[in-house]
Design a protein around this ligand. Structure first.
Ligand code: HEM
Length: 128
């Protein structure tokens, strides 16, 4: 395996985790919550939310580890685009912690989705 393949693999994992992290939020908001909102069996929604939450946490962890590796390898920490992206990743982590504390505050979910979409835009800017 060449060094090029290795870094392509790291970027591949970064993008797969991005797909899960952002796609999961969209599917959860568009399909799962509206359908299960009125379900009398509250445990079903809780169980799905828990699994979705763990999956998103793993995806976010992978994004940070692979993103850090890419930024070090390509020497990008001086880039203001990356610095904005990191600030927004910090915001997403903070909002997620607040969401765990106050799960019924829907504005938090909307803010997490919005910040995630901006992060994807900044990621595209970074990759050029
Ligand atoms: C929620 C978290 C994140 C999301 C959704 C995300 C998303 C993305 C996306 C969509 C790209 C574009 C890739 C391409 O077009 O080839 C990208 C690239 C990149 N990301 Fe992230 N990212 C996240 C976190 C991070 C973190 C924490 C770092 C650094 C510490 C980082 C560093 C990078 C770098 C350096 C690139 C450019 C790689 C290249 O030049 O090929 N990312 N990211």
């Amino acid at each position: 395996m060449s060094e090029h393949d290795l870094w392509q693999g790291v970027l591949y994992v970064h993008l797969l985790a991005m797909a899960f992290f952002v796609g999961g939020q969209l599917v959860f908001g568009i399909a799962v919550v509206p359908v299960l909102r009125g379900d009398p069996d509250r445990e079903r929604m809780r169980a799905i939310g828990r699994r979705f939450g763990y999956g998103s946490l793993i995806a976010l962890g992978l994004l940070i580890v692979t993103g850090w590796a890419l930024a070090s390898h390509y020497d990008r920490f001086g880039s203001s685009t990356l610095q904005w992206k990191l600030a927004l990743v910090g915001l997403v982590v903070t909002l997620t912690l607040l969401h765990l504390r106050w799960p019924k505050m829907h504005a938090l979910q909307a803010a997490i989705l919005l910040a995630s979409l901006v992060i994807v835009w900044l990621g595209l800017e970074l990759a050029g």
